[in-house]
Each structure stands twice: as C-alpha cells, then as structure tokens.
Ligand binder design. Structure first.
Ligand code: FAD
Length: 392
C-alpha cells in the first residue's frame, strides 16, 4: 500500500495554504479556532469567498460548479481548512444533499437546486433522527400521505443541526407501513418557511444552540419534491451517510487543537517553568499526539484503499470512534493546562486577560461530548467492528 502523497496533491496543498492565508478573514479564523460564536452572516461571508475561488463544493463534480476533487484532495482540503480555522457550516447542503441531488435528482431538480446552494439562497438541514429513531433510523414515524399532487406531512424531527439557520429541510418520511421497515421510506425536500413548520431550539451541554426540534404539522409538499423513487430512500440514505466517512474522523480539527496545546505548553506556569516541563503532562501530551498520528495514518490507509477502487470497510468505524476520542482527550488536556482560566465565562473577562485558547475551552470541552454520539454512536460503531472486522 502506497501512503505517499503524489506531488500534484502536495502542490494543491500549498495552493490551498496560500489561499487560506490570503483570503480567510482573521477574525473568522480566530472565532472558529477558539470556539467563539459565528453568525449565519459570518458563514455566508466565507462561503462567498469560497464560491469566488470555485472551492465551495469539494464533493461535487465540476459540471455542477464543484471542484471535481477526488477523496485525497478533499481530505487535504479538510485538513488545511481546519488547521487554518476556516468556518464549516452548511455541511448538510454542500457535503450531504448536494452529492445526493447529483446522483439521484432529476435534471430539473439539479438545475433548480444546486445553483441555489452555491449562491447561498438555500440552506438545508438534515431531518433524519426522530424521538424514537436515532441509531435505529428505520423506526422513523414522520408520515407523508399522498393527496393529489401533494403529500401531507406530519411528525417530529430531533437534533436537527442548523435548522434555525436553514430555510429548507430534507427529510426521511414514511410513505408506507407495509413490508420491511426500510422499504416504506421516502426522501422528501421540504420548505421550512411555511405554516405548520415549528423550530424549537435545544441547548447542548456546552451552552450552545446548534441543534433543534422540528415539528411538522399538516404541511403540504408537492410530489415534485420527492428525491428518487417513492419508498426508495434507504439506498439514498446509505449513499449520503457514506459521504460523512472520513470527515467523521475530525483529523483537521484535532491537528488544530494539538497545535493550540503545543502553544500552551510553552507558557510559564505557577512554578516559574514552562508548563511543558512537567514530565507527567509531557507524557500525556505525547500519548495523545501519538494517537493522532496513528489516526492520520489509518485515514491514509482508508484513502489509499479508496483510491485503488476498494470500498471503505469497517476500519471507518475505528476512525469515527478514535477520532472523537482524540478530540475529547485534546480538549481535556487544554482544560487542564488552562486550569482555572478555562472555567471563566468568556463574556465576563476583558480581552487579553485570559489566553485565547483557554477562553472558551470549557464550552468546547463539553461541546465535544457530542462527537461520540452523532453520525452513529460509538456503541453502534463497536457493533460494526465486532461483526465485520472481528467476526464475533
Ligand atoms: C450534536 C448533535 C447533532 C445532530 N445533528 C443531527 C442532524 O442534523 N440531523 C439528524 O437527523 N440527526 C442529528 N443528530 C442525531 C444523531 O445522529 C443521533 O443522536 C444518533 O444517531 C444517536 O441516536 P439517539 O440520540 O436517538 O440515541 P439512541 O439510538 O436512542 O441510543 C441511545 C444509546 O443507546 C445506544 N444504543 C442504541 N442502539 C444500540 C445497539 N443496537 N447496540 C448497542 N448500543 C445501542 C447508543 O449508542 C446510545 O448510547 C445529531 C445528534 C447530536 C448529538
């Protein structure tokens, strides 16, 4: 297996670095790297810069305004943009729904919907999970009943990221209760700016508003908004979830945190010596950095397989579990290094009093608990590893 990065990809990495250095507004980078809140305007500002560069949609083909990059180029872009602190919102539109429309949409759907994503007119959110349907996604209950040229939709979606910033939601809905439970599910595109759609915020452990509950009551959705065939959403869902694969490992964000941790170790501690001189702390940092390096190489192995045409296997589950754990370990160490200042409330402390990587660290630490839950919890990933990798 060849794990070397070809020179063309390395050259692209350098081009990405220069672009990010010259074009990424420093205040957006700082907010992203250190966990400050970003508004929809902030995200859209960055998206306009990316759109101008032609790099807004790394997982789309050039025909539809994407970069046409392969998995390696996309991986490098994820690493470089996370390291530079580029904001990353609108994932449901760009990384999930976009490729699905390209693959399963009609020509009319492609022509109408893809440009609206690139222009920022449409912000989509992902309506899959429901109160009794998370890990067991096929247990979903949201009903879509055909009435002439419309479906009438009723039900509740839960944990919907970005719903408060989005104007559209793509939902898995039950169009039939007959047969196996995966069989009667359809993929429906719903406009959120209409009566009958209610969005309620859910605040998470880190004190953030990123997820929501979305209630849909007697909402009429044209049959033209069906993506793929009625009852065929399971195939689409598997394709869509496949697109989350390597991003789930969060290697770029971990590299950014690791860099912050290195910076913090150089600070002089209460004993008058650099914090990194503490041998116990130094060993723990070395351990987490080794884990990160191992994770990066595992990701390269998955990439090498993918580039040689082999479908990614259960090792992706290893990446998902370890990726979340490494990020959690890094924020834990940053919390410890920051000591009491990591617990300050960022809004109550004057600028410059607290080192920037500590200012929002408690919030970031708690927020990262979510990593081992969303996108398939660690328990579910372990089931996959047990069945498919260990054959137990
Ligand atoms: C921050 C965040 C953002 C999210 N964003 C979105 C979004 O935008 N759109 C969306 O549709 N969803 C989203 N989700 C939902 C996410 O995908 C689900 O939380 C996840 O699939 C787990 O489902 P659940 O929360 O219903 O837990 P459950 O499935 O009820 O699981 C509860 C616990 O039981 C364990 N468990 C369940 N089944 C098994 C099993 N068979 N074997 C062993 N253990 C098991 C789980 O691992 C977990 O620990 C988000 C979640 C979070 C936390």
């Amino acid at each position: 297996m060849d794990l070397t990065i070809p020179p063309e990809a390395e050259a692209l990495r350098q081009a990405m670095r220069s672009f990010l250095r010259d074009q990424l507004p420093p205040e957006l980078a700082e907010a992203t790297l250190y966990g400050r809140k970003l508004t929809k305007d902030d995200h859209q500002r960055w998206q306009r810069i990316l759109e101008k560069q032609g790099w807004l949609a790394p997982s789309w083909p050039t025909q539809w305004g994407g970069t046409g990059w392969g998995p390696l180029e996309r991986f490098i872009w994820d690493e470089e943009s996370a390291l530079a602190g580029a904001p990353r919102a609108n994932i449901p539109s760009l990384d999930l729904l976009g490729p699905v429309i390209v693959e399963f949409g009609t020509e009319a759907q492609k022509r109408e919907l893809l440009p609206r994503i690139l222009s920022g007119e449409d912000w989509w959110c992902q309506g899959f999970s429901e109160p009794q349907a998370g890990s067991d996604l096929a247990a979903l209950q949201m009903r879509a009943v055909r009435d002439g040229d419309d479906y009438i939709v009723n039900g509740t979606k839960l944990w919907t990221s970005w719903a408060h910033m989005a104007n559209k939601i793509f939902c898995l809905v039950r169009t039939s209760a007959d047969g196996p439970k995966q069989a009667g599910i359809s993929f429906l595109l719903i406009d959120m700016e209409q009566p009958g759609v209610t969005i309620s915020p859910i605040l998470t452990l880190g004190g953030m508003h990123a997820v929501n509950e979305v209630q849909i009551t007697d909402v009429r959705v044209p049959v033209a908004n069906l993506l793929g065939q009625e009852g065929d959403a399971w195939t689409i869902t598997k394709f869509l979830l496949g697109h989350e694969r390597l991003v789930g490992a969060g290697i770029g964000p971990s590299m950014a945190l690791s860099r912050q941790l290195r910076g913090a170790l150089g600070r002089i501690g209460p004993g008058g010596a650099p914090l990194g001189d503490d041998p116990v702390l130094a060993q723990r940092v070395a351990e987490v950095e080794t884990d990160l390096l191992a994770l990066r190489y595992t990701a390269y192995r998955v990439l090498a397989d993918e580039l040689s045409g082999k479908a990614p296997g259960p090792e992706v589950s290893v990446l998902k579990i370890r990726g979340g754990e490494v990020q959690q370990a890094l924020t834990e160490l940053l919390m410890e290094v920051g000591e009491i200042v990591s617990l300050t409330h960022p809004l109550t402390v004057s600028e410059g009093v607290v080192p920037i990587e500590s200012a929002y660290m408690a919030q970031q630490h708690f927020d990262r608990r979510k990593l081992t839950i969303y996108g398939g919890s660690s328990e579910i990933q372990r089931n996959i590893i047990a069945r498919r990798l260990l054959n137990v």
